[in-house]
Write a protein that binds this ligand. Structure first.
Ligand SMILES: Nc1ncnc2c1ncn2[C@@H]1O[C@H](COP(=O)(O)OP(=O)(O)O)[C@@H](O)[C@H]1O
Ligand SMILES: [Mg+2]
Length: 313
């Protein structure tokens, strides 16, 4: 039996993803009937508003999933860069001792003399000592390296250890419109710090079997942080990543994610493409490396969805 014949044609034509950037609404994944890859009609999202005038008070969003390789770092970089295109000032926080976010933006973690570790564990440093600009105007980074793994141990004996990152980022709120935190693949004290410091969480989920494994543990951790440390924390959305429209499998996984989480799932889905690993080597976001690629268009669409869900940002 040819199982391919069973594949619904929704969003299956790669040509549909070749939406040129900045000309009208990017609607990646839209099928001929207006249905998006998540099986729901794609909404007509408004053009992004310019950022709020007046003093800034950054919205802080954590990118969290204790599974590695699901697209947390890629999403932090490219959503950040897409938000910058809307005129916002964005700070990206590398909160993974592996330093992949730093590498992805051309910062060599091994040669850093100061990193977020110093801000967490010593009062002698200021944000200005550590924040670095990137090659993208309006996009800054708080870099990290392997020192951050020591912080996880050292913080255990600190007073109010869960609020340490919150105290650091509170001082950055008046400089940025949005702060994105790239979490490590764990649910340990660093990730609890990120959730305590955040207003919202985005959960990237790979469109693969077992994607939903471990999500209960993650939502349980988010629930505990809401109860005990940060009652205002909300799940902003679940993002399907590594999506392959040609496989029934990818579609089935997305279907199950939508069954489980309903409208929390972003309409935007990030397709699997070799362009993303390439951008890491280039040390820049896909929005500048390959501005008209489907991947760049998808992250711009995600930025629209994020802004539509966060009216104040
Ligand atoms: N949509 C995608 N298509 C193909 N490769 C991707 C995609 N998103 C991320 N990758 C690659 O997969 C690997 C893991 O992604 P990453 O963002 O580092 O995940 P995480 O931060 O969750 O561990 C990286 O090599 C990255 O370049
Ligand atoms: Mg990562």
């Amino acid at each position: 039996m040819d199982t391919r014949a069973d594949i619904p044609r929704i969003g299956g034509d790669p040509a549909l993803f070749e939406v040129p950037a900045r000309t009208g609404l990017p609607r990646p994944g839209q099928g001929p009937d207006g249905i998006g890859p998540t099986g729901r009609p794609l909404p007509d999202l408004p053009d992004p508003r310019p950022p709020q005038a007046g003093p800034k008070n950054a919205l802080i969003i954590a990118m969290t999933n204790q599974k590695g390789g699901v697209g947390k770092t890629t999403t932090t970089i490219n959503l950040g860069a897409a938000l910058v295109e809307t005129g916002r000032r964005v700070l990206l926080v590398d909160f993974d001792p592996q330093g992949s976010l730093s590498v992805g933006l051309g910062v060599n973690p091994h040669t850093l003399d100061k990193s977020i570790y110093n801000l967490l564990l010593s009062r002698q440093y200021t944000l200005d000592d550590v924040i670095a600009p990137t090659n993208v105007e309006g996009l800054d980074i708080l870099p990290s390296n392997i020192d951050l793994s020591a912080a996880e141990v050292q913080l255990v004996s600190e007073v109010a250890r869960e609020q340490t990152l919150l105290r650091v980022l509170d001082k950055a709120r008046d400089r940025y419109d949005i702060i994105l935190i790239d979490c490590a693949p764990s649910l340990g004290l660093l990730t609890v710090n990120a959730l305590t410091a955040s207003d919202k969480v985005i959960i990237p989920l790979e469109c693969e079997f077992f994607a939903l494994r471990g999500v209960a543990l993650l939502t349980d951790t988010i629930g505990k942080v809401q109860d005990r440390l940060n009652p205002n924390l909300e799940i902003l959305g679940i993002l399907g990543t590594m999506y392959d429209a040609r496989t029934l499998h990818s579609r089935e996984v997305l279907e199950r994610v939508v069954q489980a989480f309903g409208e929390t799932v972003f309409h935007t889905v990030i397709r699997r493409t070799i362009k993303f690993p390439e951008t890491t080597v280039a040390g820049e976001p896909i929005t500048t490396y390959s501005p008209n690629s489907p991947g760049a268009t998808a992250y711009r669409a995600l930025a629209r969805e994020v802004l539509a869900r966060c009216p104040g940002a």
